[in-house]
Design a protein around this ligand. Structure first.
Ligand code: SF4
Length: 777
């Protein structure tokens, strides 16, 4: 067992965000700091970077939020969003008690009334149509929220339907599928080892703004700046993003063609005899099949279609092969396309063929402290797609879910098992799922819509019952989701900053699970927690009893019982984890108590270590470079490639993200939306001139499914032929109670996204490369 490290401190700031955003609090903060105050340390729960925050309070007021310089992982870095937990906490639009829809409009309700109303509406649906007439929708805030993360599962189990949807099929399912197919573990993401690499190729990712996606590394700008100094990073993107601006090199690419271009890189590796899988030789299969399926995608063949000349493609392939260590990392721009899974797969084929899979400086895998890293044998049950299909859409299940794009169809297509009762847990499908108008209409047909959300959003305004969770400052936090994506082995616990009378998310979701099961509304929700914890302990006992020091189930549960619900789970998982005390076996090992007392800013256990071949869980026990579903998708892939050859001057739409927002949650804070509107249609000057569009004027943008009128920004940031709208905006519908956001409503890009255009393998939406007609308005 590794010794627990001392807390390290650092004054390193790469961009000055932390300093700048202390300043946002102004002189009021400075004056208040002279009185007695309390300092809290916690992780920022707003995005995947998990930066450490130092929060100073006086009584029930936050007087300052800044980056925690003692956090050994983020070292004081925060972005402009990090200091806004105070404004989110104090937002007058944030609900603190449930709402029930009545004939006369909304009524504030007690929690008992809210759960009774859910049961009143739910029972007739279940009696008449069964549980298959129910559905669930999960949003990504659940992964940033300890209670949401742990307790949505009992709700889904209680619902008992295969109609499960989530934001994963909007933005990340291709990565799950390629990981599942290649190494048998859909949740084991390849994590770019940015700090130790010599070379990084980024396709369709903008980590300077997103702060990392599907990998957690606070201060990505600082880490990439350091890489540029010691090596090289190349960005491939149709838009000159902030990351592209700071890159060693930026290549523009035709939207939706990243997969084809990566095929040409693979083709070059074979053609120029540059393939070297390194240490994993003997644990990788399918190399010859990859050579075969990439044969037609030469750099010359893809050049015109992708907009990258053949010599540049060959040069990049050579650079990848020659670099001592290298990473290929593709994200949203490449994955949210009709061939998103192939794009994701191709990136990891490149990592494997250049010997950079599971190697320091390449892409590596989860080594989080809550992992029990006991040696295991390669091989397992693998990963299956299509275990069931959507009743109406016929689309196959992926990782237990149906595509988000098919939710409306599963509600509106008549039938006994059409969805009539829906539980939306921290999600806003009217804003974030494709074809807004269709989903908006569909939700209004439901007999029961329950929404767990602190705001009356575009979705919640259609709810029959809204259940508001506590604010982020009123709950404790441990990043179970994102510690698995960290590029170092890191543990941090964040106690709640404020107490509250509101029920915790653990309690809300447990009560909801019981009500959905048909239990009386006054049933003590602790039974849900006890069942869940018992199952967790049983599973560990069955898997590896060596980490519980000869204790039996009852003794373990008794020892954990001193903690609150989620804390019992954290303590258990830390103690059986790789640095844990194994319930007394390792006297100096990690416990939750030790983490809180000795490492309030977090404990850093060092960089990731190789995990293959043990962690490979495909049926063959090898990393499968040519899994059958990918091979099977090659015909569709090839046909699409051929169609790209046809002359076509139609504009295509791509999305973008801004530093000050994460999806739609952040638009109700004046501090983040003040100034010039971010919600503009970016158009290249050549296209603007051809179409008669003026900077500051308006344009009508029409896709197959909808039309929006958006303000025009003429800029050479986007390549010719491409227009760009940010996502998450559009607050002008009646009934949304986000009053600051409504002062700058913007337009909703998902009015334009097509619910009929999906990546077949993952069911993921197409958010990039949408054909549109643009005219002056
Ligand atoms: S980068 Fe993400 S985690 Fe860090 S302060 Fe900003 S929003 Fe919070």
């Amino acid at each position: 067992m590794a010794a627990l490290p001392p807390v390290t401190t650092s004054a390193k700031f790469s961009t000055g965000w932390a300093v700048a955003y202390v300043g946002e609090m102004g002189t009021e903060a400075t004056d208040a700091m002279t009185d007695a105050t309390t300092t809290h340390h916690r992780s920022c729960p707003l995005c995947e970077a998990c930066c450490g925050l130092e929060i100073t309070t006086k009584g029930d007021q936050v007087v300052r939020i800044r980056g925690d310089m003692n956090d050994p992982y983020s070292k004081g870095f925060i972005c402009p969003k990090g200091s806004t937990l105070k404004q989110l906490h104090e937002d007058p639009d944030r609900l603190t008690s449930p709402r029930i829809r009545t004939e006369d409009g909304w009524k504030d309700a007690t929690w008992d009334e809210a759960f009774a109303e859910i049961q009143r509406r739910l029972n007739p649906i279940v009696e008449a149509h069964g549980r298959q007439a129910l559905g669930t929708v999960l949003g990504n805030p659940n992964t940033h929220n300890l209670g949401g993360m742990l307790y949505v599962r009992p709700v889904m189990t209680a619902v008992g339907s295969t109609n499960a949807f989530s934001a994963s099929t909007v933005d990340q399912m291709p990565k799950h599928v390629s990981a599942g197919l290649m190494w048998g573990r859909p949740d084991l993401f390849p994590l770019p080892d940015v700090d130790r690499t010599d070379y990084m190729l980024i396709l369709g990712g903008n980590p300077y703004v997103s702060n990392g996606s599907l990998f957690t590394a606070p201060d990505i700008p600082g880490r990439l700046d350091a890489l540029r100094e010691r090596g090289k990073f190349v960005v491939v993107d149709p838009r000159r993003t902030k990351t592209a601006e700071n890159a060693s090199e930026h290549l523009t690419i035709v939207p939706g063609t990243d997969a084809f271009w990566q095929m040409a890189l693979i083709n070059t590796l074979f053609d120029e005899d540059l393939v070297d899988v390194g240490r994993l030789a003997g644990h990788i299969s399918g190399v010859d099949e990859v050579r075969e399926i990439t044969a037609r995608y030469t750099p010359e063949a893809v050049a015109d279609r992708c907009g990258i000349d053949a010599e540049t493609t060959r040069r990049i392939a050579r650079e990848l092969a020659a670099a001592p260590t290298a990473i290929v990392y593709s994200r949203m721009g490449a994955h949210t396309t009709e061939f998103g899974t192939v794009a994701s797969w191709a990136s990891d084929v490149l990592n494997a063929l250049t010997g950079n899979l599971d190697e320091p400086g390449g892409v590596m895998f989860n080594c989080s402290p809550t992992q029990n890293m006991a040696p295991s044998v390669p091989g397992g049950r693998g990963f299956q797609l299509g275990r069931w299909e959507g009743r109406a859409s016929g689309r196959p299940e992926v990782k237990g879910e149906l595509p988000a794009a098919t939710l409306a169809e599963e509600i509106t297509t008549p039938g006994d098992e059409a969805i009539k009762g829906l539980f939306v847990l921290a999600c806003n499908p009217v804003r974030s799922f494709p074809n807004t108008d269709r989903i908006d209409e569909a939700l209004q047909q439901l007999d029961l819509l329950v929404v767990v959300d602190p705001y009356v959003t575009a979705t919640a305004r259609h709810a029959h019952v809204i259940l508001p969770p506590t604010s982020a400052l009123e709950r404790s936090h441990y990043d179970f989701a994102f510690e698995a994506n960290m590029i170092r082995s890191f543990a941090k616990y964040s106690p709640a900053v404020f107490e509250t009378d509101q029920p915790s998310e653990e309690q809300i979701l447990s009560r909801l699970a019981l009500v959905v099961q048909g239990m009386p509304v006054d049933t003590d929700p602790v039974v849900v927690h006890e069942q869940m914890l018992g199952q967790l302990v049983d599973a560990e006992l069955a898997r590896d009893s060596s980490r519980i020091h000869g204790r039996d189930r009852a003794e373990i549960l008794e020892e954990l019982s001193a903690w609150e619900w989620s804390e019992q789970i954290i303590d258990f998982r830390l103690r059986v984890g790789q640095y844990g005390d194994a319930f007394g076996q390792e006297a100096d090992g990690l416990t939750l108590r030790k983490l809180i007392d000795e490492h309030p800013s977090g404990a850093d256990f060092g960089p990731l270590v190789p995990r293959f071949p043990d962690a490979i869980k495909t049926v063959s026990g090898t990393v499968e470079l040519a899994p059958q579903p990918i091979i099977g998708d090659m015909e569709r892939f090839g046909a699409h490639f051929d169609s790209l050859g046809a002359a076509n001057d139609q504009l295509v739409l791509i999305g973008r993200r801004h530093l000050k927002t994460v999806n739609s949650w952040m638009h109700n804070l004046n501090i983040l939306i003040k100034g010039k509107t971010d919600c503009t249609l970016q158009v290249h000057p050549d296209d603007a001139s051809r179409l008669g569009l003026a900077d500051g004027g308006s344009a009508s943008v029409q896709s197959r499914v909808g039309t929006v009128i958006a303000p025009v920004e003429v800029t050479d940031e986007v390549m010719p032929g491409v227009v760009c709208l940010p996502h998450g905006w559009g607050y002008d519908e009646p009934g949304i109670e986000m009053h600051t956001a409504k002062t700058k409503p913007g337009v909703n890009s998902n009015v334009l996204t097509d619910d009929g255009a999906l990546d077949d393998l993952s069911g993921n939406c197409t958010l990039n490369g949408i054909p549109v007609d643009v005219t002056a308005a």
